[in-house]
Write a protein that binds this ligand. Structure first.
Ligand code: ZN
Length: 311
């Protein structure tokens, strides 16, 4: 049988690219005014209506340090029971994992840092110290029936220690996969990375961890490099990207951290590049406008302000 069978463009299945919506957690955690649980749940409804299959619903961190996230248990209690979506709970210590499990979380994202300066402020100990509890965290998640992922924050630079070596990121990645995780994320917490950094860091991490572990990238747009970084990550084989609708977000412990990459801008660009993100762009824009309305300001995302294309 010689020759290729003719295939119309329509019949070629598009490659999947998962967009994880983090606005209810990373997007809101730095907001000075506490957003009500009702508004958070309404935002989550908008996110689900836009077709997202996975989202960060809240974090279980010290409520005194991050009052915006104090209602994690109430948010999880209010999630729609019939939804097929995965609601991620973020935790930084064993107590947080236990609280997340008590709240019914089925997926936990546990955060390590690549730098001591940020780790001490964000996670309460040096990078080395925070790994002491890692076996207990993994055991607790397993016993609680939750799947576990890890994020390495400050993987591209630290607001306190400055540049972070690629070799250090790879070392932390190796430590992360010492326990049973299904996914590992690199976070540019303060938005300093450029596409060349993304390539070298993901290459180093891929060389350091088993191939079955899914890779995920988390970019902030502090220096307007996040969309370029997202493309570089996808070119390196990453198929899970975090975004925050409207481009809201920041980190209470990272001075000057600006918003996450706007998810609707990712959704527009990658759809146009031929990926299937599963996201309904019009509804994602509606969700971005909703959260902008709740916060009472214009959000930084661009696509929601541009004319519809194609019209
Ligand atoms: Zn972040």
């Amino acid at each position: 049988m010689a020759g290729r069978s003719p295939r119309s463009e329509k019949s070629v299945a598009k490659e999947k690219l998962e967009l994880v919506e983090v606005s209810p957690r990373d997007g809101l955690q730095n907001e000075p005014e506490v957003v009500s649980t009702g508004h958070k749940l309404a935002l989550i409804d908008h996110i689900l209506a836009a077709g997202f299959a996975r989202l960060e619903a809240g974090s279980f961190v010290n409520p005194k340090k991050v009052p915006q996230m104090a209602d994690g248990p109430e948010v999880f209690a209010g999630l729609p029971k019939q939804s097929d979506a995965t609601f991620i709970a973020l935790a930084l210590n064993l107590r947080g994992v236990e609280r997340a499990l008590e709240a019914g979380a089925k997926e936990i994202n546990y955060v390590f840092c690549a730098s001591d300066g940020f780790s001490i402020r964000n996670n309460g100990g040096t990078v080395e110290e925070t790994f002491a509890v890692w076996p207990d965290v993994a055991a607790a998640a397993k016993a609680g029936g939750a799947r576990l992922s890890a994020t390495i924050s400050t993987a591209f630079g630290c607001p306190f220690d400055g540049e972070v070596a690629v070799s250090q990121v790879a070392r932390v990645a190796e430590r992360c996969v010492g326990q049973d995780i299904f996914e590992l994320a690199l976070g540019d917490t303060i938005g300093v990375g450029a596409p060349s950094d993304v390539r070298e860091r993901f290459r180093a991490v891929k060389a350091a961890i088993p191939p079955h572990i899914q890779l995920r990238a988390h970019f902030h747009n502090t220096r307007n490099t996040a969309l370029a970084n997202a493309v570089a990550a996808v070119e390196e084989g990453v198929r899970v990207l975090d975004g925050s609708l409207g481009g809201i977000g920041g980190c209470p412990f990272a001075p000057g951290a600006a918003g996450n990459v706007p998810t609707e801008d990712l959704a527009y660009m990658f759809a146009r590049m031929g990926f299937d993100t599963g996201v309904d762009l019009d509804r994602a824009i509606e969700a971005a406008k909703f959260i902008g309305g709740v916060l009472g300001r214009q959000t930084p995302g661009m696509v929601s302000r541009a004319p519809k294309w194609p019209g």
